[in-house]
Design a protein around this ligand. Structure first.
Ligand code: C2E
Ligand code: CA
Ligand code: CA
Length: 686
């Protein structure tokens, strides 16, 4: 190629053929233009070429001077970012921008209206072709506002009323996935876009926070939209300004999430529940759907926590919450109310299902052993439920009724999924009335103790007695303990009542000693009393304060005390035993009856539950077994509820030396019991 041909390479063959033009001439034409033209190298931040007008604008001596300027030296990050943006825009699409720029060649402000386009260099890189004219409108206001529009991080876009973009400022261009993305097209959830469009049509302006697709993934934008007119065409348009509020939004969401969810299971917590229930109820109500409240409570959860540790307890709660989520429908609510109690609000798809199918499914899911702490274990559930609308008309009422049903399920060993019934409410009302009345009875000291003799099976000789409480009600007469002790236990009033019983029994023991009887006495101690420090303290001071002999007082406790309902049960029992009291297991055989754990406790005696008397009629195999268990522990044995001579004879024949029951005597007042002792000692003296 000749020099001339090389130089002329950019001219069309026609031009060259005609011989009228050459590159120098073309270039000189550029220099005579009134428009400044230059090419800018994005990557090196330098001018690659400029015509004379551009040199004038830039106050440059010549092309070399201009090309030698390294603009990166004092380029602000904002300008750099903007240039990068242009480059990206040009790479993505063949676009041009018309903008007003203020340049500062040699420190002098030069306001130019610049048109920018992308141009590919021979090495494939993108550069920028600029055409600039002095900006006509040199009003400082206009200049500054144009500058502000370029620099602001607020994304500003002008759309037609159909949502087609007419103009985007730099920030808007940087964020949008494609320059022609429509107003609605940028929403992650298009329904939000509809909401915004409808609102602006109706109210002329609107604001919302929405999830928007951007070049950096979905972001949260606060959008303000205003109806206006396009200044160029005069057509109606929408001006949208957006700011990125992702961090703020996410922090807020997170805080809200933490406040509304249970950290361990990720289920809704109590706080959030109310809000969601209201929503679900509105849906159920609108669709005429039936909703069911379920309260699920784990049986013996405390036992898992106490015996396997808190990590195993946590794992169990997580396992249960996973199962509950798995079984419930997408619109159902599953919440942890605290501890081991869960609430499910289940929406019935159709009502052909049996009313408790969901509760039964829950029970079914736990009917086989679950892996906890690496071992398969049985997890028992109690479930109470109530239907909307039959069992309650609002959330509060349903919650209360479901709770009553759960209470019933917890106390019933057989039916673990129980529906609310009116009678439960009546029962609860009665309980509440009794509890109030009990508070008064404690104040008024309305309790008395009766004593039921314990006698020898061989010769009917009285060798002790159990103190049994009665309530002398001013209107209702004598009330048996079964009617009020469970309520006292549940409400905690048993602690006050128990302190009184303990004092009375100790005092009675001291009194009969003065009458020169030294018959051992038994008193019942509720599990709850053992965790009451006042009780243990009172028991320790009792021998000094009343003059009783603690070795002649037995404390009757039930087996579940030993099973972990009370942490430190072993320590407390040991303390009581060290003070001198005897420890006796009451109602033996009705609970877990595990010899292995009985060995860990300082047990002196066992009372075989009344229900085993029926067994005696049919051979007494179980009683024999219980008797051998007891003797292996070296404990004394009392058979309870002995009503017939044949039962007593059988016991005597099978090595059970002591009995208590109607056969000998019902529980009687103290005076009557003392006179029994007197008669007995008179007969013995004869
Ligand atoms: P318990 O400790 O098992 O007491 C034995 C119960 O069986 C007594 O009922 C007694 O009257 C009854 N009984 C005794 N012999 C026979 C019999 O041959 N046949 C039948 N059918 N029953 C018999 P009571 O006095 O009504 O007491 C009921 C329960 O109330 C007691 O069961 C005990 O758990 C609780 N209780 C009684 N007094 C107290 C107390 O002072 N403190 C605490 N915490 N609980 C008490
Ligand atoms: Ca007892
Ligand atoms: Ca008993």
């Amino acid at each position: 190629m000749t020099e001339a041909a090389k130089k002329n390479r950019y001219l069309t063959p026609v031009d060259i053929a005609e011989g009228l033009l050459d590159l120098d001439l073309v270039m000189s034409v550029y220099d005579r233009l009134d428009t400044g033209v230059w090419i800018f190298d994005f990557d090196h931040k330098r001018y690659l070429w400029a015509n004379q007008k551009a040199l004038d604008f830039m106050d440059a001596e010549g092309l070399e001077d201009l090309m030698s300027r390294d603009l990166s030296a004092d380029m602000s990050p904002a300008v750099e970012e903007r240039l990068n943006q242009y480059k990206q825009d040009f790479c993505r699409q063949d676009v041009s921008f018309e903008e007003i720029w203020t340049l500062y060649p040699k420190g002098k402000a030069q306001i130019l209206q610049i048109n920018m386009k992308g141009v590919r260099l021979f090495d494939g890189r993108m550069a920028m072709l600029c055409e600039a004219r002095p900006h006509q409108e040199q009003q400082p206001e206009t200049v500054r506002s144009a500058e502000a529009l370029l620099h602001t991080t607020v994304m500003i876009t002008l759309f037609t009323v159909e949502g087609v973009p007419l103009y985007r400022n730099t920030a808007s261009r940087a964020a949008c996935c494609s320059l022609d993305t429509t107003l609605k097209g940028q929403f992650v959830d298009p329904r939000k876009g509809d909401v915004l469009m409808r609102r602006v049509e109706r109210e002329r302006n609107s604001r919302l926070v929405a999830n928007i697709r951007t070049t950096t993934g979905p972001r949260w934008h606060e959008m303000t939209i205003r109806a206006c007119h396009d200044a160029v065409t005069g057509q109606p348009a929408y001006l949208v300004s957006e700011i990125d509020v992702t961090e703020l939004h996410e922090t807020k969401e997170r805080a809200q999430y933490l406040a509304s969810h249970d950290a361990l299971t990720g289920l809704s917590n109590r706080t959030y529940l109310k809000e969601r229930l209201t929503e679900v109820f509105q849906t159920a109500f609108a669709k005429g759907q039936r909703a069911t409240f379920y309260l699920v409570d784990l049986d013996d959860f405390k036992l898992v926590n106490d015996t396997l540790g808190h990590a195993a307890g946590d794992a169990l709660l997580q396992l249960v919450s996973e199962k509950l989520k798995e079984l419930s429908g997408p619109d159902d609510i599953v919440a942890r109310l605290g501890g081991d109690e869960f609430l499910i609000c289940h929406l019935e798809e159709d009502d052909r299902q049996s009313p408790d199918w969901f509760g039964q499914a829950l029970l079914g899911a736990f009917s086989s052993p679950q892996m906890i702490d690496g071992k398969p274990r049985h997890v028992g559930l109690s479930i109470g439920y109530a239907h909307y609308p039959e069992d309650g008309r609002d959330i509060e009422q349903l919650m209360r009724h479901t709770d009553l049903a759960l209470y019933q399920a917890k106390t019933d060993p057989q039916y673990k999924c129980v529906r609310f019934h009116e009678r439960m409410r009546r029962l609860r009302d009665e309980h509440n009335a009794i509890r109030k009345d009990l508070e008064r009875a404690i104040e008024e000291n309305e309790f008395i103790l009766h004593y039921q003799p314990i006698a020898r099976t061989s010769n009917d000789r009285v060798v002790g007695a159990e103190a049994l409480i009665r309530w002398q009600h001013p209107e209702r007469g004598l009330i048996r303990p079964d009617e009020f002790i469970p309520i006292a236990e549940e409400s905690g009033l048993i602690n006050d009542i128990g302190l009184w019983v303990a004092w009375e029994v100790a005092a009675m023991q001291a009194r009969q000693k003065a009458l020169s009887f030294d018959v051992p006495l038994s008193m019942n101690v509720s599990p709850r009393q053992l965790s009451d420090p006042a009780f243990v303290d009172r028991m320790q001071r009792m021998p000094v304060e009343t003059g009783c002999d603690p070795s002649l007082i037995s404390l009757e406790i039930t087996e579940n005390v030993l099973l972990g309902d009370i942490p430190q049960a072993q320590d407390i029992l040991t303390t009581l035993k060290e003070t001198g009291y005897r420890i006796v297991i009451d109602d033996f055989g009705t609970g877990y009856s595990n010899l292995a754990y009985l060995r860990n406790y300082p047990i002196d005696g066992i009372k075989i539950d009344r229900m085993f008397m029926d067994d005696i009629e049919t051979g007494g195999e179980i009683v024999k077994l219980v008797l051998s268990l007891a003797s292996a522990l070296g404990a004394s044995i009392v058979a309870e509820g002995v009503e017939t001579i044949s039962q007593r004879r059988w016991l005597s024949d099978n090595g059970c030396n002591l009995f208590q029951g109607y056969l000998y005597s019902k529980p009687v007042p103290e005076t009557r019991f003392l006179s029994m002792l007197e008669t007995q000692s008179r007969i013995a003296a004869m």
